[in-house]
Design a protein around this ligand. Structure first.
Ligand code: SAM
Length: 259
């Protein structure tokens, strides 16, 4: 691994938004954020991104392109929260598809279960409480692993990437959707203004929780850019690592294979 990547590991490990916290404390703080925001999480996503997160998630499933027929295909969605990726996966795939959501937050999982029940999908999704750093699944047990807006919250990102590699079968696919580094002149300035001024205010207005949304914005800024994150994925053992920018790099979709 390059020196730049190891420095990034250290920064990410110790950051909770703009604050530096003990590595051990970060997960607890993150869990508090999602316990507080679980019941307004979906509406806040739509409002904050003006619905864009839906297009980005569609893109993730399009890139995954799960089989449509009876071919068996098992997806693990880590940090799956309220089930946006799971729902899209079920719609896009055939009878052979199996879907597991794993998330560390019981509150987010409860929202996901409630939503799945409302939409008649409760039979199609298995919900498991677990930590991305120590997945409660056997080696090589999934055909694909997705993580959407989750990895930024995990204290030991390199450990979560190793776990992703471990649970994927040989030939399995890793896909990660995450906020990234805006790479369009002007859009970056506009995005900064929107992120630091508008998002925390929206959090206060809609969810009565400015702090969690301040964390969200700051954690995005501390996350490695597209190329550094691609290096981290390679370092965990993945091959053919690529990424594509979404909406000028506001988000990026990274892909890799366990070969
Ligand atoms: N994937 C969903 C989406 O795209 O809308 C939810 C993303 S939400 C921003 C982040 C999720 O990561 C939360 O549900 C949180 O509980 C989960 N999370 C945070 N740390 C985690 C960890 N160490 N292991 C598993 N899930 C974690």
């Amino acid at each position: 691994m390059s020196d730049t990547s190891s420095t990034i590991f250290e920064q990410v490990k110790a950051s909770f938004g703009a604050k530096t916290v003990n590595l051990e404390d970060k997960q607890e703080l993150v869990n508090e954020v999602f316990a507080k925001s679980a019941n307004t999480y979906d509406i806040m996503n739509d409002v904050m991104s003006a619905g864009l997160h839906r297009l980005w998630k569609d893109d993730m499933i399009n890139w995954l392109a799960p089989p449509k027929g009876a071919t068996s295909f098992k997806l693990l969605d880590v940090a799956g929260g309220t089930g946006d990726i799971a729902e899209r996966f079920i719609k896009a795939s055939g009878d052979g598809a199996k879907m597991v959501i794993c998330d560390i937050s019981p509150e987010m999982l409860d929202e996901g279960k409630r939503r799945a029940y409302d939409r008649g999908l409760e039979q199609d999704i298995t919900f498991t409480e677990g930590n991305a750093e120590h997945l409660p699944f056997a080696d090589k047990s999934f055909d694909a692993y997705t993580i959407s807006f989750g990895i930024r919250n995990v204290p030991r990102i390199e450990q979560a990437l190793k776990e992703a590699h471990r649970v994927l079968r040989t030939g399995g696919r890793f896909l990660c959707l995450e906020f990234s580094d805006v790479q369009m002149p002007f859009l970056d300035k506009l995005y900064d203004l929107y992120s630091f001024h508008t998002i925390p205010r929206l959090g206060e207005l809609i969810a009565n929780d400015r702090e969690s949304y301040q964390y969200l914005v700051e954690s995005i800024r501390r996350f490695p850019d597209q190329d550094d994150f691609a290096d981290m994925i390679r370092h965990a053992g993945f091959s053919q690592v690529k990424y594509k920018n979404l909406t000028g790099g506001i988000a990026a979709l990274h892909s890799g294979w366990r070969l």
